[in-house]
Design a protein. Structure first.
Ligand code: DAT
Length: 206
């Protein structure tokens, strides 16, 4: 600690003392918050499959521990809805209830969020939006295999054709954080994983 007895010596020691602290702080690695990545798209495009693979690959390649948040599951488990839509057999989630639940999770960072809707999330909390797209024939087969009713299949395919999810993303997030990727064949998965990891690195997010 500088000795205030001699002013000249004091100044010199004081400056030296401050510089040393500054240099030390520069070299001490600060813990960087990991980004929040939203994986979105019409039901059946491959959000859940991609989210799981991305989490695994980020761990394997980069040693990073991301959490996987399936928002649909969270809504059902925590009952974050006020109504159930009997016609389509889905919950009509309550945006405020979901955001209250997500707030501390998003503040921590390091989340891969998997959900078909995106506009209600706080824009500033999302660092990258991955929008998956799939052609109608493939989407039909996937939704049929899932046991959806014809009505629910048609509704979802219409959403993809009308670009509902895509429009929602483009209206809610800045263009430079949106990545649109084709998710039709198994090979697309590996290509998409590499692309997303590259983008995260180039944007200095990981
Ligand atoms: P979502 O979470 O968007 O509803 P999912 O991950 O459950 O979709 O995938 C739906 C089905 O499609 C599932 O059986 C896995 C398969 N699938 C996902 N991505 C695929 C891809 N790129 N190529 C082939 N099949 C894929």
């Amino acid at each position: 600690i500088p000795n205030p007895q001699s002013p000249m010596k004091f100044n010199f020691i004081y400056i030296f003392y401050l510089l040393t602290i500054k240099i030390l702080l520069y070299f001490i690695p600060m813990e960087k918050k990991l980004p929040n990545i939203l994986i979105t798209g019409t039901p059946g495009v491959g959000k859940t499959s991609f989210s799981v693979l991305l989490q695994e690959k980020l761990k394997e390649l980069k040693g990073l521990d991301f959490k996987n948040i399936n928002i649909g599951k969270l809504i059902n488990e925590k009952k974050l809805y006020k109504q159930w839509n009997k016609e389509f057999d889905v919950s009509e989630f309550d945006e405020d209830m979901v955001n209250d639940e997500l707030e501390p999770i998003l503040n921590e960072g390091g989340n891969i969020l998997d959900f078909h809707s995106s506009s209600f999330l706080p824009e500033k909390a999302i660092n990258l939006v991955v929008l998956l797209r799939c052609n109608n024939t493939e989407l039909y087969d996937r939704l049929k295999a899932r046991g959806y009713s014809d009505k629910k299949i048609t509704e979802n395919i219409d959403c993809e054709i009308m670009e509902v999810t895509s429009e929602e993303v483009k209206d809610s997030y800045k263009e430079d954080i949106i990545v649109e990727l084709k998710s039709e064949k198994i090979e697309d998965m590996e290509i998409n994983l590499d692309k997303v990891i590259n983008i995260l690195e180039n944007k200095n997010l990981i």
